[in-house]
Ligand binder design. Structure first.
Ligand code: C2G
Length: 458
């Protein structure tokens, strides 16, 4: 007979409240030693909990400070419960009865106990004290509906307005939309409404001026990348947002995906050793008709390079030196191979192309092993950590439905509600680093063009 009975329970414990406390005490009363698994934010988001207010660290600290809790662990993936039960030789798995039946499969390993839940209090209720964020959409593109659909999953956001200079298109859109009932063809009038934030998805050349006016009107801005096509313009926008105390965020959805953030955590933990190379490909068969007039003229680098640059930048930090191998037609690049040099001799290899299809995967190579993200790596769901000894290999799988936009919208809204003006997942310096690649490319192209012209006129 064991002299100590071990009980285990799991939860998010967002804004720890009386309901959680009672459950934890009930769980402890079942035995002598209580282990509490606190869910990691990436795992929580992957299981659909998008509105958690407190960070993993804060939530863990709150549980650690309870004197009747004997051990606190982090829960990062679905199969962990079975692993923990074996590892800690657990006698009882306890959980609230809102989960009744759900964890019966664990009775193969331990005794499962569903405990009464406290009625009338919940984290959801506590979160309601935050205001609903009313959002407006700027632009009427191919992906507008996808954004609106994704926003439906984020409970603290309401998308109810749209702006586009095309009066008839706006009218048609609002007539058919269930949620977006107000349409505008005048930007100032649109900004002068009760919306507190905007999502901008227009042609790239319009971004800078649309963002600037929105910030000046005091609105938080989520805009497709690049935010601007010129270095000084980007810096100006970030400074203006800071001055006006509004949030300005690039809509690089990959940056907010649970799997992508888990991947960065794994790399930072040192599992694959020192990272020496990051290689990522992003290609797309854009069709002219899908995009408004001059959009295609922006070229592959402007349209697509932000994605590989995000991975390279997040893993290797700032680039010191950039080399471009581009291929083009009619003055814009169809493809580009971008090599960047980083700290300690590490190298970034980004490949982008429009109108050419290739394998959109990514490999992060380290001194002990490597990480492989299968295509499309920018919709990160699954990744492999591989070593020479294949028995040591690991797979991470964070499935999600849709195009992954909801994680980005949830982070944007949650930052606004918490009064934060920076996202850890995509900081202003990340945005500058990521955009440096395409901005520098544009600068070089412009110089080339000018010197050609000068030669021609001689
Ligand atoms: N709880 C409760 N009464 C409430 C609210 C929550 O008894 N009014 C219990 C839940 O039943 C759960 C625990 O407190 O046992 C933690 O609740 P949450 O933080 O909501 O976490 P949950 O999503 O239930 O996590 O994989 C299972 C999860 O880890 C459980």
């Amino acid at each position: 007979m064991k002299d100590k009975k071990t009980v285990i329970t799991y939860g998010t414990y967002d804004m720890l409240h009386e309901g959680h406390m009672r459950l934890l005490k009930r769980a402890k009363a079942l035995g002598d030693y209580l282990i509490v698994g606190v869910t990691d934010e990436n795992y929580d988001r992957s299981r659909g909990k998008l509105n958690v207010v407190q960070s993993t660290k804060k939530r863990m600290k709150a549980i650690e400070s309870l004197d009747f809790v004997d051990k606190v662990i982090l829960e990062t993936h679905k199969n962990q419960k079975v692993e923990d039960i074996k590892k800690y030789d657990v006698d009882i798995f306890a959980i609230g009865d809102d989960w009744a039946g759900f964890f019966d499969y664990l009775s193969e390993y331990t005794h499962v106990e569903y405990l009464p839940r406290t009625e009338g209090i919940s984290s959801t209720q506590l979160r309601e004290k935050f205001d609903l964020i009313k959002m407006g959409i700027v632009g009427l593109g191919r992906d507008t509906q996808a954004f609106i659909d994704a926003a439906e999953f984020v409970s603290n956001v309401k998308v109810n307005r749209i702006y586009s200079p095309d009066f008839l298109a706006v009218k048609k859109f609002t007539k058919n939309s269930k949620t977006v009932k107000y349409g505008h063809d005048n930007y100032d009038e649109f900004l002068d409404t009760s919306i507190s934030a905007v999502y901008i998805d227009t042609k790239l050349t319009e971004h800078y001026k649309l963002i600037k006016r929105a910030i000046e009107a005091g609105k938080h801005v989520l805009c497709e990348n690049p935010l601007a096509l010129d270095k000084n313009e980007l810096k100006e926008l970030l400074m203006l947002a800071k001055k006006r105390k509004v949030l300005l965020l690039s809509a690089l959805k990959t940056a907010f995906l649970p799997a992508f953030n888990q991947l960065l955590k794994e790399i930072n933990s040192g599992v694959i050793g020192e990272v020496k190379e990051v290689r990522a490909t992003r290609t797309s068969l854009y069709k002219e008709k899908d995009y408004p007039d001059s959009f295609m003229q922006q070229g592959a680098t402007n349209i697509l390079s932000s994605y590989p640059s995000l991975l390279v930048n997040k893993v290797l930090g700032k680039s010191k030196n950039l080399t471009f191998f581009d291929q083009g037609e009619d003055g814009y690049d169809v493809s580009n191979l971008i090599i960047s040099k980083h700290k300690d001799g590490a190298i970034g290899v980004s490949r982008v192309a429009t109108g050419i299809k290739s394998e959109g995967d990514a490999v992060i190579s380290g001194t002990k092993g490597y990480i492989y993200i299968p295509a499309p790596w920018w919709l990160t769901k699954k990744f492999y950590i591989r070593f020479e000894d294949e028995h040591k290999s690991q797979v991470f799988n964070y499935e999600f439905e849709g195009r992954g936009l909801r994680y980005m919208i949830a982070e944007f809204a949650s930052l606004i509600q918490r009064g934060k003006r920076k996202s850890k997942m995509l900081t202003p310096s990340d945005m500058i680093g990521i955009n440096r690649v395409l901005l520098e490319y544009n600068e070089r192209k412009l110089k080339e063009k000018k010197s050609k012209k000068a030669k021609g006129s001689r």
